[in-house]
Design a protein around this ligand. Structure first.
Ligand code: FE2
Length: 277
């Protein structure tokens, strides 16, 4: 493929059932509908969509029942990993048609997709019942083996929990437990172009073992940018957004941070006389 391959990333949908507002405030279903419409209208259209966890708010079957038909409206394939608000068993039951997901609900939902110009590896960083994240030793071993098997394939890892401290106090209280062990694995495999994360509900980047870990904004509410250790667990309704990753073999992976919604413009820089004065 000579044309660029486009990966849209969305995250932290936090859907509820019964038209309820999330935390009594946020219309997460309306936000997801706007996001799906936006991605379908993009030109050029993304080739795939990846979703980095917290698909629903309480991991309930009725929430996944609302989510499934909304994601089915995407006009391109989409790939999911769970977040700490998800429930593996209920997620798998609702998304049985997502053939890349493993069949066993008891184990972490790790997966590999080989059919695109970039290799996708989904990692389940959730700890059932907990807010923070980790990867089990068995998952790290599996990941190391997967990466060793195709060292020349540019690879994206999709995982919910970012493996670093953000500086936002309340989000750091349950950090990624074994980030350094993951870092050691990634350091052995320079074909890892990005770690695509969610959880923090605002765009962020950090160098990670010679690769780059980046966090996608939420499709609805954002975490308040408060870099104090005492930062309380607050969200706001700043413009919701997504990441658009553009892969071309000669040019590498370029990540664009974009927002949903309508804004004034576009306006031209130039007219018939040159740069507008
Ligand atoms: Fe979230």
């Amino acid at each position: 493929m000579n044309r660029p391959f486009l990966i849209a990333q969305i995250s932290d949908l936090h859907l509820k059932a019964g038209q309820r507002l999330t935390y009594g405030v946020v219309d997460t279903l309306g936000a997801l509908r706007r996001a799906v419409d936006h991605l379908n209208r993009l030109h050029p259209r993304p080739d795939i969509v990846v979703i980095s966890g917290d698909l629903v708010d309480f991991g309930r079957p009725d929430e996944y029942a609302v989510l499934h038909p909304e994601l089915a409206r995407l006009e391109m394939p989409c790939y999911l990993v769970p977040g700490n608000h998800d429930n593996r068993q209920h997620l798998l039951a609702a998304f049985a048609d997502h053939a890349y997901l493993p069949m066993s609900a008891g184990a972490p939902l790790d997966w590999v997709v080989e059919e695109h110009p970039v290799r996708l590896i989904g990692l389940d960083t959730t700890i059932p019942g907990a807010h923070g994240g980790q990867l089990l030793d068995s998952q790290l071993l599996w990941l190391d083996e997967q990466l060793a098997g195709r060292p020349d394939a540019p690879t994206l890892l999709i995982l919910h929990h970012p493996p670093f401290i953000s500086g936002i106090g309340h989000m750091d209280r349950e950090p990624f437990i074994n980030a350094s062990a993951l870092e050691q694995v990634i350091a052995r495999h320079p074909q890892v172009e990005r770690l695509l994360c969610g959880h923090l509900h605002r765009p962020m980047q950090r160098r990670f073992a010679g690769s780059l870990s980046c966090v996608c904004p939420g499709t609805s509410h954002q975490i308040v940018l408060d870099l104090q250790q005492t930062a309380p667990a607050h969200f706001n309704l700043e413009p919701a957004g997504y990441l658009l990753h553009r892969w071309q073999a000669q040019q590498g992976l370029v990540t664009h941070n974009a927002v949903f919604g309508e804004y004034p413009g576009p306006y031209p820089f130039y007219d018939a006389h040159g740069l507008i004065d």
